[in-house]
Design a protein around this ligand. Structure first.
Ligand code: ADE
Length: 238
């Protein structure tokens, strides 16, 4: 998979050089490139924002640099009918909310381009233009407002990339984690020592009885999900 991100703060994305994602890039499982939107400005001050028509607080991102950036990164042009096979994701608190199911869906894509807005967002014509050249989605990572889309794009990149075969060493761990399979939260886990600061590991986990362990873990998942995230359970179980 190839992932690009267009942003006025491309340095944010250096976090993706680290850990498993960095290794996946070294192995060629994913390619990632961050681009500085200001490279596509044409004025001395490299201006990317302006005041909104109709008034209102704050500044909006101007369409011109975004248009040139998307043309180059997607390999399209306003003068031809050529389209891109990429999915362009505009990060926005006004988008559909990202979750594990969406991560699995996006992990099937060949190419993703994140368009990271700042200020009060991007001129709507940029989104409409992108939609005429590629698949477009507006995605939020949750019901809160960040200063820009970079952190959201990094969070989504990590959630998507770890689902690509070969990125995570132990693929079984994907099936057992929260928001996978039945959609229950993960059970609590323990490692050595068996007693720490007066607290003991639940007896059943030391029993060696795999059926009992599986049943205990499932109970814990249901109990935790009911307590912390009842919205994840089907309506009849609440
Ligand atoms: N930009 C600002 N807030 C955001 C959010 N919650 N998700 C995605 N992009 C954003």
């Amino acid at each position: 998979m190839r992932i690009d991100a267009i942003s006025i703060f491309p340095d944010y994305f250096s976090a993706l050089d680290l850990s498993l994602l960095g290794k996946a890039r070294d192995k060629g499982l994913i390619q990632f490139q961050a681009h500085d939107l200001r490279n596509w400005t044409t004025d001395k001050h490299k201006t990317v924002d302006d005041t909104p028509y109709g008034g209102g607080a704050g500044m909006l991102m101007k369409p011109e640099p975004w248009g040139l950036a998307l043309d180059e990164v997607l390999g399209v042009s306003p003068d031809t009918d050529a389209t891109s096979n990429a999915t362009v994701i505009f990060t926005s608190p006004a988008g559909e909310v990202f979750n594990q199911a969406l991560a699995y869906e996006l992990a099937q894509e060949e190419r993703i381009v994140f368009a990271c807005g700042r200020y009060e967002g991007i001129d709507q014509r940029v989104v409409d233009y992108a939609a005429s050249k590629a698949k477009v989605r507006l995605i939020s990572i949750g019901d809160y407002v960040l200063n820009g889309g970079e952190v959201a794009a990094i969070a989504m990149t990590e959630a998507i990339a770890r689902l690509i075969p070969g990125v995570i060493g132990n693929a079984e761990s994907l099936a057992e984690e929260s928001h996978s399979g039945e959609g229950l939260l993960e059970y609590p886990s323990y490692t050595k020592p068996a007693e720490w600061r007066g607290m003991e590991v639940p007896e059943v986990l030391l029993s060696g009885n795999h059926a009992k362990i599986a049943a205990w873990r499932y109970e814990q998942q249901v109990e935790r999900t009911k307590r912390v995230r009842p919205d994840l359970l089907p309506p009849e179980s609440n």
